[in-house]
Ligand binder design. Structure first.
Ligand SMILES: Cc1cc2nc3c(=O)[nH]c(=O)nc-3n(C[C@H](O)[C@H](O)[C@H](O)COP(=O)(O)O)c2cc1C
Length: 190
């Protein structure tokens, strides 16, 4: 019989998953994964960075960082689906991020309902919005029409220092939340 997240021993598995249409949110997820791997000892932690399209569930991970690009006020389907399918937060915590606002100001996008509701329901450790990137040359026809109508100039507004600080803080929290004995028991799988 498969053990539930609460009863199986910690394996120190961390998932960083994101839904991205034009790649910039995937790059934020990759950066978070990289910072986590710098901070969490390789021998005792496994960090998977995946496209949310490629997974059905987050339940096999001890900690999860899940994000999505924001389009017209919504998360992309594959990341939303993962949140909808999750009943219990991962044992070491759930962190949520959206990536959207593409302007010079602070990331002041309207909170996205699916993220806010899931954060409350699952007791997420954090739910943040990072500034994003709009590359006008890569947009499809409808996106062009929309961005023209909204007079969006495009550009890369991602704040890597902010992303790094957020990821480093997650790593600190994971290290301090992990019982020392369980850290020693966990072995990284190939
Ligand atoms: C058609 C369109 C609609 C968008 N709508 C929003 C929005 O409602 N809120 C927001 O914060 N950003 C919005 N954005 C900005 C994107 O979220 C931003 O470009 C993001 O970085 C894209 O991520 P991706 O490269 O991973 O697809 C929109 C962009 C486009 C092209």
């Amino acid at each position: 019989m498969r053990s539930s997240p609460k009863t199986r021993p910690l394996q120190n598995t961390v998932l960083v998953a994101a839904a991205s249409r034009h790649g910039s949110t995937a790059e934020i997820a990759a950066r978070i994964g990289y910072r986590l791997s710098e901070n969490l000892p390789y021998a005792t932690w496994r960090i998977d960075v995946l496209d949310s399209d490629s997974i059905d569930s987050i339940k096999d991970y001890d900690a999860v960082v899940l994000g999505s690009a924001i389009y017209l006020g919504h998360w992309l389907k594959s990341a939303k689906r993962l949140l909808d399918r999750t009943d219990v937060a991962p044992r070491l915590g759930l962190w949520i991020f959206g990536s959207g606002p593409a302007n010079d100001g602070p990331p002041d996008a309207e909170p996205v309902a699916v993220a806010v509701n899931a954060a409350a329901r699952l007791g997420a450790k954090d739910n943040v919005i990072f500034s994003g990137r709009i590359d006008l040359s890569s947009l499809g026809h409808i996106e062009h029409v929309l961005t023209n109508a909204m007079r969006v100039a495009g550009g890369d507004f991602r704040d890597w220092d902010l992303v790094d600080a957020w990821a480093n803080d997650i790593a600190r929290k994971l290290l301090s939340a992990t019982p020392k004995g369980e850290q020693r028991k966990a072995v990284r799988q190939p």
